[in-house]
Design a protein around this ligand. Structure first.
Ligand code: ADP
Ligand code: MG
Length: 153
C-alpha cells in the first residue's frame, strides 16, 4: 500500500476531485484523520467534480448532509459526535444502501455499523511544512481496489 503525499489544500482537493470522477452509485468512502487533517477539504474536491456547486461544510451537528445536484447524490456524514455511541438509531444504512456516494468523516466511531466493502482514506499531517499531508488508501473489495489503483496512478 503506497502513500500519496500532498503539499497544499488544493492538492488534497484535486485528489478528491479525481475520486469524484470515478465513484459509482452506492459507493462508500471513509475519511479518517485528526481534526484539521483535511477530510472536509477532500470532500469539497469530490463534491465539485460530481458537479455540486454548493459550499460543502462538515455536517458535525446535523451528522448528514445530502447534495442532489451532481452526477450522483452525495451523502456527506461527519459522525464525530457519535464517539460515545448512538449511531445505531440513525438509520445510516439507508444512505449506505442508497444510490448516492456516502462519504463518512470519523468513520472509526461507527466501525461496527459499516458495510464490509469500502475505500478508506486516512489523512495525516506529515513532513516539515504545515500543509504537508500523507494520504494512505485501504481498499476492501475489488471495486474499491480499482478506485485505489486509479487514485495512486
Ligand atoms: P477535517 O475535516 O479533517 O477536520 P478540514 O478539511 O476541515 O479538516 O480542514 C483542514 C485545514 O487544514 C484547512 O484549514 C486547510 O486549509 C488546511 N490544510 C493545510 N494543508 C492542507 C492539505 N494539504 N490538505 C488539506 N487541508 C490542508
Ligand atoms: Mg471535517
Amino acid at each position: 500500500m503506497d502513500a500519496i503525499t500532498v503539499t497544499s489544500p488544493a492538492e488534497t482537493m484535486q485528489l478528491g476531485a479525481k475520486l469524484g470522477k470515478l465513484v459509482q452509485p452506492g459507493d462508500l468512502i471513509l475519511l479518517d484523520g485528526d481534526l484539521g487533517a483535511g477530510k472536509t477539504t477532500f470532500t469539497k474536491g469530490l463534491a465539485q467534480s460530481l458537479g455540486i456547486d454548493r459550499n460543502v461544510k462538515s455536517p458535525t451537528f446535523t451528522l448528514v448532509r445530502e447534495y442532489h445536484q451532481g452526477r450522483l447524490p452525495l451523502y456527506h456524514m461527519d459522525v464525530y459526535r457519535l464517539e460515545d455511541g448512538g449511531a445505531e438509531d440513525l438509520g445510516l444504512d439507508e444512505y449506505f444502501d442508497g444510490d448516492g456516494v456516502s462519504v463518512v468523516e470519523w468513520s472509526q466511531f461507527i466501525s461496527e455499523l459499516l458495510p464490509t466493502t469500502y475505500l478508506r482514506i486516512a489523512l495525516k499531517r506529515s513532513g516539515d511544512q504545515d500543509d504537508d499531508r500523507t494520504i494512505t488508501l485501504q481498499a476492501h473489495g475489488e471495486h474499491y481496489q480499482q478506485l485505489a489503483d486509479s487514485l495512486e496512478g
